[in-house]
Design a protein around this ligand. Sequence first.
Ligand code: HEC
Length: 141
Amino acid sequence: MLAAALVGAQFVPVDRTNPPTDASLSLKAPAPVLAILERACFNCHSQETAWPWYGYVAPMSWLVERDVKEGREEMNLSEWGSWSEDRRVYMASEIVEMTESEDMPPWFYKPFHADSKLSEDDLNTLKAWAQSLPGAKANSG
Ligand code: HEC
């Protein structure tokens, strides 16, 4: 029964597409910052999702699809260039907050993506970047 359900589940369509990305709008940041966000966050917070193998196996694929959809809705770093200065400053501080509190990347994501673990150095790099943005208040956050 379960096996049959699992086989049947594979035929439920899942939207695994990456919408076309306008490169001129994608996140502009110093290379070390980009590298951190790309390896730890871009799969859910950009249109450059590398869909994982388990993203092709139901029911995991449904969860992955939902996370990517919600992640992009909350913060799509592929649209950075269309944001106001205020929104960039706000989002950068949210990025620092979520990584510092270890709420992001989500706990269930880390075991599958060893390279998404952030070090103290990574966190400091993100903090310095957030404070260096035009419009950011120095020493805040
Ligand atoms: C597995 C997918 C996934 C990964 C990887 C991921 N996120 Fe998220 N993120 C989500 C989802 C889903 C939400 C919305 C629901 C929630 O808040 O839990 C979210 C919400 C957020 C928010 C909240 C936005 C707001 O409105 O305040 C921030 C900030 C954030 N993520 C930052 C990050 C950062 C920084 C990384 C990398 C270090 C990261 N996320 C990695 C899925 C992900």
